[in-house]
Structure formats: C-alpha cells, structure tokens
Design a protein around this ligand. Structure first.
Ligand code: FES
Length: 176
C-alpha cells in the first residue's frame, strides 16, 4: 500500500517530472509533504526514498540547511513576534522572553501550553510595534503584559481544526 495519500503522490510525481534531476525537486516536494502533514518525519523521508528514489542523505541535507522545514510536530499555535528594528525598539525582545518564560513555567508545573514562540522579521505593521501573529491572527502593540493576556485568551479557546491535527501529531510523537 502506498505510504503517501493519492493527492500527495500525484503532486510529488508532478514535481519529479518537472525538474531535470530528482535532487532539484526536493525543495518543492518537501513543501508539499509539510503542507499535507504539518511536519516531516523520519518515516516520510524513508518513504520518499523507497517510493520515489529520493536519496535520504540528499533530503536530510536540504532539511538541515533550510529552517522552514519542521522536523517535529508543531504546537497548535505559532506565536510570531517581530524582532526587526521598530518592534525591537518598542520592546519585542521583552515580549518574546515573557512568552518563553510562561511556556517554561507551565512546563515545570506539568502543563503543556499550546504555543511555540518565534522571533521573526518585519511583519509590515511597523507603526504598531511590537507586532505579532498567532497563526493567522494579527495582534499589535504586544507588550509583555499583552502577550501573556493573549496566551491566556488562546489557551481558553477551542483549538482550530488544523491545530487539533497538530496536537494529535504531537501526542503521537511523544508516545514513541
Ligand atoms: S519592524 Fe516589526 S512589523 Fe516592521
């Protein structure tokens, strides 16, 4: 039985036909795998070699070079805080630290908050610094206090459908 879904298999085969060498099709193929599965596991990499002849070594090289490929299941909410100049001047680093500390504090108390935090480049809302995104929701003027309030607000919400899948992936990977 094929490892990948029929839709994803079709996409992968399309990329393999489009590019001159298998190696040059790795980037778009990895994007397609990640789009469907949220992240790229060791099993996915093995299956790419077994079913499509993509060398595990080549795929791993690409995965370790580029940061946009996720090597572990993402948390339900990706909290992005801009750390470019305007936001940095308005205290973005303090907001990032506040979120990190809150995540750590919860962990020590045996609670897993559904967030991962990332300092990112300009989000195009420099007039409202520090600017942030939680998944696709934009929040502006995010001081450390506001960041903690957002964590509380989102933690109390029902998880969106995509986030439920992420949570299931995360739980499955932690059982291994
Ligand atoms: S510098 Fe932060 S949004 Fe532009």
């Amino acid at each position: 039985m094929p490892y990948f879904s029929p839709e994803l298999t079709k996409i992968i085969e399309g990329f393999l036909k489009r590019y001159e060498t298998k190696r040059s099709s790795i980037l778009p193929i990895l994007h397609a795998v990640q789009d469907e599965k949220d992240w790229i596991s060791d099993q996915d990499i093995d299956a790419l070699e077994k079913e499509f002849g993509l060398s595990v070594i080549d795929v791993r090289e690409v995965m370790t070079f580029y940061t946009m490929y996720r090597k572990s299941p993402p948390k339900p909410y990706r909290f992005e805080i801009c750390k470019s100049i305007s936001c940095w001047l308005m205290g973005a680093n303090e907001s990032i630290e506040a979120v990190k500390k809150e995540i750590e504090k919860a962990k020590k108390e045996g609670r897993e908050l559904p967030f991962e935090v990332h300092g990112v480049e300009c989000l195009g809302q420099c007039g409202y610094a520090p600017s942030t995104l939680i998944n696709k929701d934009r929040h502006n003027n995010v001081t450390p206090e506001k960041a903690l309030a957002l964590i509380k607000e989102y933690s109390a919400k029902e998880l969106p459908k995509a986030a439920v899948n992420c949570a299931a992936n995360l739980a499955a990977s932690q059982k291994k």
